[in-house]
Ligand binder design. Structure first.
Ligand code: UD1
Length: 339
């Protein structure tokens, strides 16, 4: 196996799962541009991570696996549970077992900020708190901000770092957290090195268009393309970190030579430039020349209010900092092709 130093990375042979997807295709481009050899795996092109026999050939020839293949989105209802578990949990388990068989000791895993659930908040009386799900009666009367779970006082949002407790709130989040745990098990038992990249809200060219599983940037972009106004839920003040897909691809490249043998290390992958959903809608509508967003006051019961990332650990340990600004990225995305 080629030696992969922690700091400088030579040419590496990589199995990239999900290579035909939105994020995976950008990761493939970044890895190839850096001179690495990439073997792509993707359900859409007929290669499935759940297929042990199909993995044996490529895993005999690679030094690292970059695992992007996943069923994404929030799901529609409980009928989706078996498919999430099969693709995301079982698929990762099969892949890790096959990596162990072939002595492939390095993994970069696509994880998600959804493992945190609601973001972090500060209460004047109780310091850092993690509110539970918001009540329908509060949302019905337009009280969108969570309150202190101990005293009920208003709270202010704070950045969330990698040490926050896990609180997965839907099938997708649960399976992403299970992937992290399985990868940590694999690392501990084999001495392998696992790096989990907790992507915040990824957007950019080739983002899949509007489906029940799509993120808000794709939904707004699809609406604008059809000449419809983006429909902004709640009061539009909910905050996210919108991170450009080319920056996410660069983060995967940065993660390849890092991490600690025998363990999994997790990083927020974010722009460090939080914006509200209302601001994002306005930026996209502006970039296309309208129609202007409509703030509807509607809500989705499972949604969290603010998730604002601390990008510091990735900056310090991966040397990763986003390069695409919100203004630049949204202007490009306003007219970029969707997947
Ligand atoms: C999203 C992804 C999640 C991913 C995470 C990090 C989905 C459905 N969610 O979670 O899988 O792991 O980013 O990348 O893919 N909203 C509107 N109008 C709409 C739709 C949504 O205002 O038409 C609002 C929602 O109420 C919410 C915010 O936009 O407040 C973000 O929604 P969304 O992108 O769906 O979910 P995230 O929780 O950010």
């Amino acid at each position: 196996m080629a030696a992969v130093s922690r700091r400088t990375l030579g040419r590496v042979k990589i199995l990239l799962t999900g290579a035909a997807g939105f994020i995976g295709s950008h990761v493939a481009e970044a890895l190839q541009a850096a001179g690495h050899d990439v073997i792509g795996f993707d359900l859409r092109t007929g290669t499935d991570v759940r297929d042990d026999a199909a993995l044996d050939g490529p895993l005999g020839r690679v030094d690292a696996v970059v695992h992007q293949a996943a069923k994404v989105g929030l799901g529609v209802d409980v009928a989706d549970l078996p498919d999430y578990a099969s693709v995301n949990v079982y698929g990762t388990a099969v892949l890790l077992a096959a990596m162990a068989r072939h002595g492939v000791a390095r993994l970069v895993l696509a994880s998600s900020m959804v493992v945190y659930g609601e973001g972090a908040y500060d209460c004047a009386g109780h310091g850092r708190v993690r509110p539970g799900p918001r009540a329908a009666e509060d949302l019905d009367r337009g009280a969108f901000d969570p309150r202190c779970p101990r005293c009920g006082a208003p709270v202010t949002w704070a950045v969330i770092d990698e040490y926050a407790p896990m609180d997965p709130r839907n099938a997708y989040a649960t399976t992403k957290l299970a992937q992290e745990h399985l990868a940590a098990n694999w690392a501990r038992e084999t001495g392998g090195t696992a790096v989990a990249l907790r992507y915040h809200n990824v957007y950019g060219p080739r983002m899949p268009r509007d489906t029940p599983y799509a993120g808000v940037a794709a939904i707004f972009r699809s609406a604008l393309e059809a000449g419809r106004a983006p429909r902004v839920f709640e009061d539009g003040g909910q905050r996210r970190d919108f991170v450009h897909v080319r920056d996410v691809a660069r983060a995967n490249l940065a993660a390849l030579g890092r991490g600690e043998p025998g363990s999994l290390t997790a990083y927020n992958i974010a722009s460090g430039e939080p914006h509200t959903v209302g601001e994002m809608a306005a930026a996209l509508a502006g970039g296309r020349g309208g129609p202007a967003p409509v703030v509807t006051g509607d809500y989705r019961l499972g949604d969290v209010r603010h998730v604002v990332a601390s990008p510091e650990r990735a900056r310090g340990e991966l040397g990763f900092a986003a390069e695409v600004s919100f203004a630049e990225g949204m202007t490009e995305f306003a007219t970029a092709p969707l997947g």
